[in-house]
Design a protein around this ligand. Sequence first.
Ligand SMILES: Nc1ncnc2c1ncn2[C@@H]1O[C@H](COP(=O)(O)OP(=O)(O)OP(=O)(O)O)[C@@H](O)[C@H]1O
Length: 294
Amino acid sequence: MSRPVLTIEDFSVDYLIEPPVHAVRDVSLTLHSGEVLGLAGESGCGKSTLAYGIVRLLKPPASIVGGRVVFHDRDGGDTDWNRLGPEQLRAARWDTISMVFQGAMNSLNPVISIRDQFEDVFVTHRPRMSRRERRQRCGDLLERVGVDRNRLKSYPHELSGGMRQRVMIAMAMALEPQIMIMDEPTTALDVVVQREILREISRLRDELGFAVVFITHDLPLLLEISDRIAVMRDGAIVELGAAKELYTNPRHDYTRQLLASFPSLTGDRGSFVRGALDDRLLALDAVDVAEENP
Ligand SMILES: Nc1ncnc2c1ncn2[C@@H]1O[C@H](COP(=O)(O)OP(=O)(O)OP(=O)(O)O)[C@@H](O)[C@H]1O
């Protein structure tokens, strides 16, 4: 297995309301460079709270009540994210760990061009980069996610939702982070755009080697794109294993229940063979077609 990039130890988050909600309970896991770790579980099990907790973006009444999150850099240095101050955190987000959330496309400022918003990432984090290089990089990044570089001139309302979400993914990759946390990044998009973006993320992961924590309630999709999957229930991880293993040989009752709740994963139609990503996506496409034309 490749080297660890993030270690989460006994991490717990409560919402301090009456009565308190123990949203994340003693979660421990290790993320390795280049892997896609899927986080599965039904609505309310704590996936988003864990994601926001990792990058310290939780707001009151949420409170981290235990554990730690340690980032391991390429040179062997360790950084305990719980010990970083606000300025250090701001710098480390995007640079080492970046995030794409479900509504990310709506966080673009409507009155500022894509170019200015995109360049701002470099102006803030790479102040010594020349303007010319910045522009070049922004265009290159956009093309990587399948958006024409001419779109840099556009304003957010001139782009479709899928394009805006791609822009956000390009921005999240801008500083070449070692980890990307994606919380339902494609949920608001139609299935075709979703697939295209997921293909793109997988291709970029292969090319650039960043690790991905991918969160969605869509277990079939998670099985397709993840190397390993952690199943969460009531704030705790009940099973963590290779995606294939989890699919073919689930050990926890709850994992079985979760798999059974997706008809496309059970029975003959669901018994697709996992292989290269394209094969996997093709197999899923076939399942979709079969479902649409029973
Ligand atoms: N601001 C809040 N105040 C109080 N409780 C909260 C708050 N936000 C979330 N919770 C509770 O924390 C628990 C975990 O919620 P969380 O949103 O992390 O789950 P999730 O698995 O991401 O769900 P979903 O898939 O619906 O986003 C739930 O019981 C939820 O009701």
